[in-house]
Design a protein around this ligand. Structure first.
Ligand code: HEC
Ligand code: HEC
Length: 659
């Protein structure tokens, strides 16, 4: 372990880390130690107070070691963190055991039954702390003392001037936001909003940032761009409310735009004989890729690199292009007519995005693309064939209910209208559905419909006239009439409805229906969608079907399948998270639930073009896609060796809103 000079640690724990004098880099400490110990006698106080001449011959104390290297995972008397709470561990284990453990956790984990049990419980092996024998003794003494003294209270954050706050904002943006999100809501790395960071406290924050964690958090103190003084400032910054993110302009997008294959160089007809409308695009969530499968043969045709943490795919209205949207705001256009599916253009329209849609009105096919952003609060419009950025507009505004001005209004989902050259955008925090026209190059907002706050995802009814979108933390579905561009109604379905795009079918008693599953309770809610033919049933929950578990994300059907199939991906019971359930349209009952795999979790059912096959992902590092007969639900085949497959999108069904 690289050892900072003791002075350095003293400065930090004394809360004076903002001092402008820069301590020597941590990496130099060992050489300082040997130099200093060669000729120095007892260190005196003046050495310790002089930043230019640290005396590292004084052994580092157990407390200093613990604060530097251990609080990133442990605390004493404040609960389990990334490792067990170490309160009283010196009573629980023998000194010899602790010494062995701290000398080499991996070895102790194989040799000692207690070690084996701990590792089995925590699922990881504590990294070797690389301490000297004396340091191990010191840190064990410290754990005993601190256990006796009571909970380990984190140090107060250092105070930040406006200037240093701004410097840390930039630092965070440059080094951290890629993984934790500009607004610190978490993406690849976890949420770092004050609720969590204040709980972690100054010392743990500094320790995590300095040392990293072996589960994907880089060590910035040892190799990275943050100086030791800045660790304390970053820890203070992280405990303060999240400042608004920087803007993302049209110019910034243009600078990040690449046209790999100009339109003139693209084929005018498919360069293969495959049924490209039956291709499937599969999101390989954690490896920044999209796998493209030929639905007919099940062959994987291409694995396209698209950027960080792909969120979803959509197709252009003709289906020729896949649009891949990443959580980092990158948008990639993939041409399915090329000899093998190929990315032809790419652009970034914001720092964080979740939705994308093409122009679908007759006469405008494939002409424009809109990207809905989480950060900044905006949407960007691009040329549909080249991805040249054309327009950007903020979504900030006031909440539909309280009128409060919001500093964040995220675009949750987008639907391309067929009845008019426009898109409908659900705005999460404000609760509006925005109609944005692409009839003129000004891309005007033609309507701002007051709906319900916390809009999330949704889809169309079978006629395409109604957009049904979940206001999930309000436990309601919202119905928008796209023809009159107005709110029809909202109605309650259950705790945290999450329909994905929903599912449409004909109920034997109630006529045309749509349905949603829920994250917050084990329920399928089915409601009528035909206000003209069956007005008595429209926008009312007609059937409630109990599922084995909550934590559902998606349900899907196809006109040719007798089933509506749903997942329970976020079930807290791992066995149920691996199952999907099939509801019988004719019988009006849940027919069966079955395990898709022995690992990971089952997610996102999708049908092939003909509705003869059902595809389900097994979301796991060693993931799979399992294909079932869409009538008998008998397994037909399994594609293995896929890393974290999640959403998968059949070209025809996505292009034609068949679900
Ligand atoms: C990256 C996280 C991490 C760091 C850093 C870390 N530990 Fe651990 N520690 C763990 C985990 C996890 C366990 C549980 C056993 C396992 O799975 O390896 C553990 C177990 C222990 C135990 C045994 C607990 C028991 O109940 O017997 C002790 C003692 C301990 N750690 C001390 C330390 C000390 C001292 C340091 C700093 C020098 C340290 N750890 C640094 C993660 C960490
Ligand atoms: C390459 C991606 C990545 C980058 C860049 C990154 N982090 Fe992390 N960070 C992670 C991951 C993954 C974790 C979760 C590790 C774990 O499982 O304990 C994490 C954890 C953390 C934690 C602990 C959170 C908790 O709840 O325990 C803090 C604090 C943190 N990061 C701060 C930062 C800061 C500050 C920066 C920039 C200087 C940064 N991270 C940059 C990926 C990243």
């Amino acid at each position: 372990m690289k050892t900072p000079s003791p002075l350095h640690v003293l400065l930090l724990s004394a809360g004076v880390a903002c001092s402008t004098s820069e301590p020597p880099p941590a990496n130099d400490a060992s050489s300082v130690t040997s130099d200093a110990s060669a000729d120095a006698g007892e260190p005196d106080a003046s050495d310790v107070l002089d930043a230019s001449a640290p005396d590292a011959s004084e052994p580092i104390s157990g407390a200093e070691i613990f604060l530097r290297d251990c609080v990133s995972c442990h605390t004493i008397g404040r609960g389990d963190q990334r490792g067990p709470d170490l309160n009283g561990v010196t009573d629980l284990r023998s000194r010899q055991w602790l010494v062995h453990w701290l000398q080499d956790p991996a070895l102790a984990a194989t040799r000692s039954p207690v070690g084996r049990e701990l590792v089995a419980t925590w699922g990881v092996i504590m990294p070797n702390p690389s301490l000297t024998g004396a340091e191990i003794e010191a840190v064990i003494d410290y754990m005993a003392l601190q256990s006796a003294a009571g909970p380990l209270v984190p140090s107060e954050p250092v105070s930040l001037s406006a200037e240093r706050f701004e410097a840390m904002r930039q630092r965070f943006f440059g080094s951290c936001s890629g993984c934790h999100g500009t607004l610190r809501r978490g993406a690849t790395g976890p949420n770092l909003e004050p609720a969590r960071t204040v709980e972690l406290g100054t010392d743990a924050l500094m320790s995590v940032i300095r040392n990293g964690r072996p589960w994907g958090m880089p060590s910035f103190g040892l190799v990275g761009p943050l100086r030791e003084t800045e660790l304390a400032e970053m820890a203070a910054f992280l405990q303060q409310p999240v400042p608004a993110g920087p803007p993302f302009t049209l110019e910034a997008a243009t600078a990040r735009w690449t046209l790999m294959v100009p339109v003139a160089e693209r084929p005018t007809e498919p360069q293969h004989t495959l049924d490209w409308e039956n291709f499937f695009g599969v999101v390989l969530r954690d490896v920044r890729k999209v796998a493209i499968f030929d639905g007919a043969s099940g062959t994987e045709l291409a694995r396209v690199d698209v950027g960080f943490a792909v969120h979803i795919l959509r197709t252009s209205s003709t289906g020729r292009y896949f649009y891949a949207i990443g959580r980092d705001g990158w948008l990639t256009l993939i041409d399915l007519w090329a000899p093998t599916p190929t990315p032809v253009a790419r652009v970034q329209g914001c720092f964080d995005a979740r939705s994308v849609e093409g122009s679908k009105a007759p006469g405008y096919e494939d002409q424009f693309i809109i990207e809905g952003c989480y950060d900044p609060s905006q949407y960007m419009i691009f040329d549909g064939l080249t991805l040249e950025p054309l327009a950007v507009r903020s979504t900030l505004g006031s909440a539909v209910d309280t009128g409060e001005e919001l500093n964040e209004v995220r675009v949750a989902s987008i639907i391309g209208l067929r009845s008019a050259p426009a898109w409908a955008l659900s705005l999460k925090e404000s609760g509006h559905v925005l109609i944005v026209s692409y009839e003129t190059s000004e891309f005007p907002e033609t309507r701002r419909i007051d709906a319900e706050r916390f809009l999330h995802d949704g889809g169309l009814d079978s006629t395409g006239r109604y957009f049904m979108v979940a206001a999930n933390s309000r436990n309601r579905m919202v119905v928008i009439d796209l023809e009159t561009q107005s709110l029809v109604t909202t109605f309650e379905t259950g705790a945290l409805p999450h329909p994905g795009r929903g599912a449409n079918w004909e109920d034997p008693s109630f006529g045309p229906v749509n349905a949603t599953v829920h994250l917050g309770e084990p329920k399928l809610a089915i409601y009528g969608t035909d206000p003209v033919g069956r007005p008595e049933n429209a926008w009312r929950v007609l059937r409630e079907v109990t599922l084995p578990s909550s934590g559902s994300l998606f349900l899907k059907t196809h006109p040719n399948s007798p089933w509506v199939v749903m997942d329970m991906t976020f079930s807290t019971d791992p066995a149920l998270a691996r199952q999907v359930c099939a509801y019988s349209k004719a019988g009006g009952v849940l027919d069966r639930c079955f395990a898709v795999s022995d690992r990971g979790s089952a997610v996102h059912p999708e049908f092939n073009r003909g509705g003869t096959e059902l595809w389900v992902s097994v979301w796991d590092v060693d993931g799979e896609i399992v294909v079932y007969d869409a009538v008998t639900l008998v397994e037909l085949r399994r594609f293995t060796g896929l890393e974290s497959p999640t959403g998968k999108f059949n070209v025809y069904n996505t292009a034609h809103d068949i679900y």
